[in-house]
Design a protein around this ligand. Structure first.
Ligand code: GRG
Length: 299
């Protein structure tokens, strides 16, 4: 029998391949200047990343027997938003990163103006995809998806979190402050991914609330593990620090809780996330597998 981790690994490989093919189809190459922005969008969105958010969306939608043709489209929308955020986050005005997913970041491979436009175009196209009838025949479902994604991505979600991260006085952040920042910056899109699957599958309000609670625990665990990976290169084996964040003023879960404390909190959140899915029984195994994956991931 396959272990739970092996079946999760197989399923995320399968959903990532579906999303890769669909993204490729959404971004056909063009000639001329338009071709340049499309090439930059392709550079930022194709062939990279863990595709965790699409996995969450598709696995949640599967629980309600939503056709994959619909859930993959919604999954592409959330991945486009995620990729746009990474392209813009890498810009000189933000994190100024030369590398992303082991390749030159989009502004390095192209130029800053093209990277800004490629991010903008991915952001816009996400909503175009959600609004198209192929995503769901019921316009109310399409509207609910667009509403929730807009809330997750905008000032009350990811953009708001990024703003706090850039301008807040990190030195004064306590645990509640950093949790709030991360709930917005990375948590909101992870939360959308899970509830978006429920919306595509026309799940009831109670089921969607359970998915939201799962994803809120998961998003926080994801960020704590991110801090552990930054500090140690591994969340499970807390070895010698491999490189603390260059910005010494930046509060992280590791600085606030210590390595052991951060790891214990991440582990507890993963268990809590899985418990939130009890009502779904065996159908929730893939989402439970995602929670375990968040803890054992190495990048
Ligand atoms: C620029 C509007 C705007 C927002 C940026 C999410 C974000 C806000 C920036 C990303 C910066 C960052 C590295 C945050 C740490 C957690 C995180 C979101 C990591 C990247 O997500 P993964 O690990 O990436 O899912 P892959 O490459 O696997 O898709």
């Amino acid at each position: 029998m396959q272990t739970a981790a092996a079946s999760f690994d197989a399923l995320i490989k399968e959903t990532a391949a579906l999303v890769e093919a669909a993204l490729d189809g959404f971004l056909p190459r063009r000639e001329g200047p338009l071709g340049r922005v499309v090439d930059a969008m392709r550079h930022g969105a194709l062939d990279g990343g863990k595709r965790l958010r699409p996995f969450l969306l598709i696995a949640a939608a599967d629980m309600f027997d939503a056709p994959r043709a619909r859930s993959v489209r919604a999954a592409c929308a959330v991945e486009m938003i995620h990729c746009y955020s990474l392209i813009h986050d890498d810009l000189p005005a933000m994190d100024d990163s030369d590398l992303r997913r082991g390749r030159p970041s989009v502004h390095k491979a192209f130029d800053e103006a093209t990277a800004i436009l490629a991010g903008d175009a991915l952001l816009t196209q996400a909503f175009e995809i959600l609004a198209e009838p192929e995503t769901h025949p019921d316009a109310a479902v399409r509207c609910a998806l667009a509403l929730e994604l807009a809330r997750a991505a905008g000032k009350a979600g990811m953009v708001g979190g990024q703003m706090i991260d850039i301008y807040a006085e990190h030195k004064t952040f306590d645990l509640a402050g950093i949790e709030e920042l991360q709930r917005l910056k990375t948590g909101a899109l992870i939360r959308f991914s899970a509830i978006g699957g429920g919306i595509v599958g026309q799940a009831g309000a109670d089921a969607i609330a359970a998915l939201a609670a799962y994803a809120e625990d998961l998003g926080l665990a994801f960020q704590i593990v991110d801090d552990l990976l930054d500090a140690f290169g591994d969340a499970e084996a807390l070895g010698k620090p491999v490189g603390q964040d260059a910005d010494m003023d930046k509060a992280t879960f590791v600085k606030l809780l210590g390595a052991e404390g951060a790891r214990d909190k991440a582990r507890a959140l993963v268990e809590s996330a899985k418990a939130r899915l009890a009502r779904f029984g065996a159908r929730a195994e893939p989402l439970k597998g995602a929670a375990d994956f968040v803890f054992r991931r190495k990048h």
